[in-house]
Unconditional design. Structure first.
Length: 92
């Protein structure tokens, strides 16, 4: 899917949620999905990006963080958990 189509899709979904002023770093989300898919298994990618977004949303909604900081923190935390998982040799 070309970048313009992805941007349009994200805008449509954000509008549907009433979040039209929210900025989403599509490349960062896709990068996170990619490292998780290759580091764990493919189905872990959408689950991980969903969980990161959910956690960021809670942080923003509760006033703990700004959108940018919450999204960056959630992305970094998933990557940290992934690295720890891979370093430990965990297979479950």
């Amino acid at each position: 899917m070309p970048a313009a189509e992805l941007e349009h899709w994200v805008t449509e979904v954000l509008d549907a949620f009433g979040l039209s002023n929210t900025q989403v770093d599509i490349d960062k989300v896709l990068s996170l999905a990619g490292v998780v898919a290759h580091g764990i298994v493919r189905p872990a990618a959408p689950l991980s990006t969903y969980l990161a977004g959910y956690a960021a949303g809670i942080a923003v909604g509760s006033g703990q963080e700004t959108e940018k900081v919450a999204m960056e923190t959630a992305d970094a935390l998933v990557r940290t958990v992934l690295q720890a998982h891979l370093s430990s040799g965990a297979d479950d």
